[in-house]
Ligand binder design. Structure first.
Ligand code: TEU
Ligand code: CA
Length: 554
């Protein structure tokens, strides 16, 4: 058992724009977060991951950075940020910052220089190429629709942007770029932060020559896990990360467990863990995320089990069911109507009892849900807006496009945090940058704190249990009843202690039969989302809608 603080921690992700507005301009800010630190302490989380708060023209809400060492004016000042860090540390919590270095903003001073002339000293900080037969240099597509290249009149060449046109890709082949990044990281670490979440870190190395995709799809084969990515991360680890006691998590698109073991292997020469996307793709079709496809529990279990068993003893998992890019987990995998409370708790049980570090996304702990705005005008996310235009051009009808947005759009996760039942959910005294979900009158933090039966108090208890029982953090995972379409059950084993987790993923009641192979003398119910009847045959449990139970067996 290789003990590490970041394995024992629970992380809480904050999307600053939507968390809490302190000055009535409708935009969440650092002082807003500071005013809620006691709320986070009450919940019991150990680490806060702060999405980007750096200077940015906000084409992609801060993921387009124009100054890596400055704070976005709308969010506050460096002094506010320092107060936030101190406030977290005083309360025994840690802070990890978002590191977005696959690309910068086109308004970053490096890019402003770079685009001036072909012989500018910053030219090579980005990826510039002449056109091919009057068209883009290759067939790569942007994650945000359209080609990944933009023509720049000034020098008559194209620059690469895997995301928006305002997010030019940095050229990691250039050692000067890497040194700039390492210096900047060191600068933040010396301010006392506790680690980084690294944005799309597995796409930083592109295949030399930037060839067309082999199947004409324009997809990521020539930059996902590119040829030098491990070399770059090992260099970063040597020059920066290894000098500090920190945690690192890489956001890695399209990786398999074998890839993850290279990025986050226990030898520790790259990162501590990665975010995988395989589970998030479970309800997507062949054309991608907007092609909404029903998901099956057996498939869900297969993916989770694969990651649990294949990383066991080799690398460490990060566990998440939603974040600022994904729909709300409750609407996606649970029930956001009548079974709201129990299904939110059931999903929370899964999150906290798998092997890996759990990540809670703001609002999840009170069971926030997806939203359905009537018109496209109410949406703000660049990915959604670009997709809307693109699909319209290609002849899809409006209601079909809106349905995809309702199920998959990123703004589902970005509606303001619901603090109370008052005007604008207590998020702002002004007009919020993105409308509040109309269900805030019932679903809000104030109600949750008052009600001992709330999702919030259940999450708090799950977090406490993690601190008490090593088996929750370190136990080995094994699935039971794999082929069951309705129940997800598994054990976690550490020495002679066993955790038994039983989850009914559906509204219909289900019968759970305990495997003969599971033997024990004592059983203790650690947590459940219903009252458990005293008179009950443990070997044949009748599970109610979305019922969740966790037993400790010995
Ligand atoms: O996301 C990377 C990513 O590939 C996807 O999650 C993407 O946001 C989209 O949902 C694909 O359909 C990271 C950040 O988390 C995201 O917020 C940024 O927009 C993106 O990188 C660019 O920095
Ligand atoms: Ca504000």
């Amino acid at each position: 058992m290789d003990k590490k603080w970041w394995k024992e921690s629970v992380v809480y992700q904050i999307y600053p724009r939507s968390f809490m507005d302190s000055n009535g301009d409708g935009i969440g800010d650092l002082q807003g977060i500071i005013s809620k630190l006691d709320y986070l302490k009450t919940l019991g989380v150990d680490v806060v991951w702060l999405c980007p708060v750096y200077e940015s023209p906000n084409d992609d809400n801060g993921y387009d950075i124009s100054n890596y060492r400055g704070i976005m004016h709308e969010f506050g000042t460096m002094a506010d940020w320092e107060e936030l860090l101190a406030g977290l540390h005083e309360r025994g919590m840690k802070l990890i910052m978002d590191l977005v270095v696959n690309h910068s903003s086109d308004e970053h001073a490096w890019f402003v220089e770079s685009r001036k002339s072909k012989d500018n000293e910053y030219r090579d900080y980005y990826i510039w190429r002449p056109g091919k037969d009057g068209k883009e240099p290759n067939d790569w597509g942007s994650f945000f629709s359209g080609p990944a290249w933009k023509y720049d009149e000034q020098t008559g060449e194209y620059y690469l942007h895997l995301f928006s046109t305002k997010q030019p890709d940095l050229n990691w082949e250039n050692p000067k770029v890497r040194q700039e990044v390492y210096d900047m990281m060191t600068w933040w670490l010396d301010k006392g932060i506790d680690g980084f979440r690294m944005d799309v870190i597995n796409v930083i190395s592109k295949v030399p020559g930037l060839p067309d995709s082999s199947d004409g799809s324009g997809c990521g084969e020539h930059y996902i896990n590119g040829p030098r990515v491990h070399e770059f991360l090992q260099e970063m680890n040597r020059e920066v990360l290894s000098k500090y006691d920190i945690m690192t998590v890489g956001e890695t698109v399209d990786v398999t467990p074998e890839d993850a073991a290279l990025f986050a292997g226990s030898d520790g020469n790259e990162l501590n863990m990665v975010f995988q996307f395989e589970l998030m793709g479970i309800d997507s079709g062949p054309t991608g995320k907007w092609e909404v496809t029903p998901w099956k529990l057996t498939k869900f279990k297969e993916i989770v089990s694969k990651w649990q068993t294949e990383l066991q003893g080799k690398a460490w998992n990060s566990i998440y069911l939603n974040n600022h890019d994904q729909p709300r987990q409750l609407s996606r995998f649970g029930h956001d109507g009548e079974h709201h409370n129990v299904s939110a708790k059931m999903l929370g049980t899964l999150l906290h009892t798998l092997q890996g570090t759990p990540y809670i996304y703001q609002g999840e702990e009170i069971g926030m849900t997806n939203v359905r705005f009537k018109t496209i005008e109410e949406y703000k996310d660049i990915e959604t807006l670009n997709m809307y235009k693109d699909y319209q051009k290609r002849g899809h009808d409006d209601s079909e496009i809106m349905e995809s947005i309702y199920t998959k759009g990123r703004d589902n996760a970005r509606t303001p945090m619901q603090w109370n039942g008052e005007v604008q959910a207590g998020f702002t005294t002004g007009t919020p940058w993105l409308a509040v979900n109309p269900n805030y009158k019932e679903i809000n933090a104030e109600n949750a704190l008052k009600n001992p039966n709330s999702v919030f108090h259940y999450y708090k208890k799950l977090i406490e249990l993690r601190k008490k029982h090593d088996v929750i953090v370190y136990g080995d995972y094994a699935i039971i009843n794999e082929s069951n379409e309705q129940i997800y059950a598994y054990t976690r084993t550490l020495g002679d202690v066993q955790l038994l987790v039983i989850l009914n993923f559906y509204e219909q009641p289900a019968e759970f039969k305990l495997d003969e192979q599971i033997r024990f003398q004592n059983k203790e119910l650690l947590i459940a989302n219903y009252d458990v009847p005293v008179e009950e045959d443990f070997h044949q449990i009748s599970l109610r809608p979305y019922e969740a139970r966790v037993y400790k067996l010995q």
